[in-house]
Design a protein around this ligand. Structure first.
Ligand code: GLN
Length: 410
């Protein structure tokens, strides 16, 4: 194998998603829904499957109807008239959009600033494209070991970020709402980051796949709309997160034509184009959101889900970070006792304690969570050893069942 992949450890999803199936545990691990996309999106998908043109290749930039729907939906949010011809491309999930952007902008040895914890795919996407991830931490206050905190209390030290910049730095990756913390960066924080990018002429890649999922009083602020940052920012979005269709693999990039042309160049040579009928269905879905308050209703539903799941951590006295966005709760598991001599599989040997706790939790408590040390560099893995990430993008009854199962920890 190539050295690019030979060093990969088995990824956390390939361990815990099969474990959920095998143990029949309630799966609050990988962030996917156990419910369908809304009826109007399902109907649109059924229609698209019988439409001759919608079953063939799309334009590499994406189907015109979807780019138009994205421009209509996002122009007001970006405070500018987005040009569907030149400022939006549809990608095979947000993930491929990011891969294509790394491919389009990194040379061998180019450095990319990533906040730690990070969504794990960034790192392999960077290294497969010759880049080098450089980490800067988001830190929780010390009291987080004993009490609940707001995700907003996780902070970036801007001087620390500045200290990581070298003449090889090309890009800063932002993730807001953040996976796994649920932090929604505020305007002031984004301006600080943007200014550093400006000072050093860096590209900003803003992963905003959970942009439609933020909870009062938090609000989604887009760095591309602040100051003069539009011209150096590519924003990443996700149809899967917005419409409960994570398996459709339809995402998008929004940014100035001078930048996204390079993502497009790489994207065209990686996948050429994206799953056409699903693009068509999401176009129709987005159009519909102009007539019905779909996103508002979804936020209300998720606010309730967050409440259902977090109630059990209250009961158990396990401190957690209250997410302002996304659908994850990061829980401090220090108080959970589990046998260290449990028959853990060898694949966990090299991993931090959180992998073992999550394995035991699946087997004995019947709930799957994700060990967040996957979201840290090897050097800093131990920082996550006493945490677990629970996803609440599940139907309320499943969340209630998870609550009952987790009570066994009392
Ligand atoms: N975004 C999803 C999560 O964090 C995982 C996506 C993936 O499996 N690569 O749960």
């Amino acid at each position: 194998p190539s050295e690019k992949v030979a060093h990969f450890e088995k990824d956390v999803w390939s361990i815990f998603t099969p474990l959920a199936a095998e143990t029949k545990a309630i799966n609050l691990g990988q962030g996917f829904m156990n419910f369908n996309p809304p009826d109007f999106v399902q109907d649109a998908a059924n229609g698209a499957i019988s439409d001759v043109a919608a079953n063939q290749y799309s334009h590499p930039k994406g189907r015109p109807r979807l780019r138009k729907a994205l421009a209509d939906s996002y122009s007001p949010l970006f405070g500018r008239e987005l040009d569907p011809e030149n400022e939006i491309i549809v990608t095979a999930g947000a993930n491929e959009g990011m891969f294509a952007t790394f491919a389009g902008f990194l040379d061998e040895g180019s450095e990319v600033i990533c906040m730690e914890p990070f969504f794990d795919q960034y790192i392999s996407n960077i290294t497969m494209n010759g880049g080098v991830p450089v980490y800067v931490p988001l830190r929780a206050p010390a009291k987080a070991a004993n009490e609940n905190i707001s995700s907003h209390e996780w902070k970036l030290d801007i001087n620390e970020l500045r200290s990581k910049i070298t003449d090889k730095t090309r890009m800063i990756v932002i993730n807001t709402p953040h996976n796994p913390i649920g932090k929604v960066f505020d305007e002031e924080e984004l301006i600080e980051i943007g200014k550093v990018a400006e000072e050093h002429n860096l590209l900003i890649l803003s992963d905003e796949v959970y942009d439609r999922l933020y909870y009062e009083p938090a609000k989604q602020v887009r760095i591309a709309t602040l100051k003069d940052f539009w011209k150096r920012t590519i924003t990443v979005g996700s149809g899967g997160k917005s419409f409960a269709a994570t398996g459709w693999r339809v995402g998008w990039l929004i940014g100035p034509s001078e930048l996204i042309q390079y993502s497009l160049a790489a994207h065209t040579r990686v996948v050429f184009c994206v799953n056409s009928p699903c693009q068509e269905a999401l176009a129709i879905g987005l159009e519909k959101t102009n007539q019905i308050p779909y996103f508002q209703n979804q936020i209300e539903a998720y606010t309730k889900k967050r409440q259902i799941l977090s109630s059990v951590f209250e009961e158990l006295g396990l401190p957690y970070t209250v997410p302002d966005g996304s659908y994850f709760i990061l829980v401090n598991t220090t108080k959970v006792q589990f046998p260290q001599d449990y028959p853990f599989p060898a694949v966990l040997d090299s991993r931090a304690k959180d992998f073992k706790l999550c394995y035991w939790l699946a087997k004995e408590i019947g709930v799957v969570a994700i060990p967040p040390s996957e979201f840290y560099s090897k050097e800093n893995r131990e920082l996550a050893a006493d945490f677990a990430r629970f996803a609440f993008c599940k139907s309320d009854d499943v969340l209630e069942d998870a609550v009952k199962a987790l009570r066994k920890l009392a």
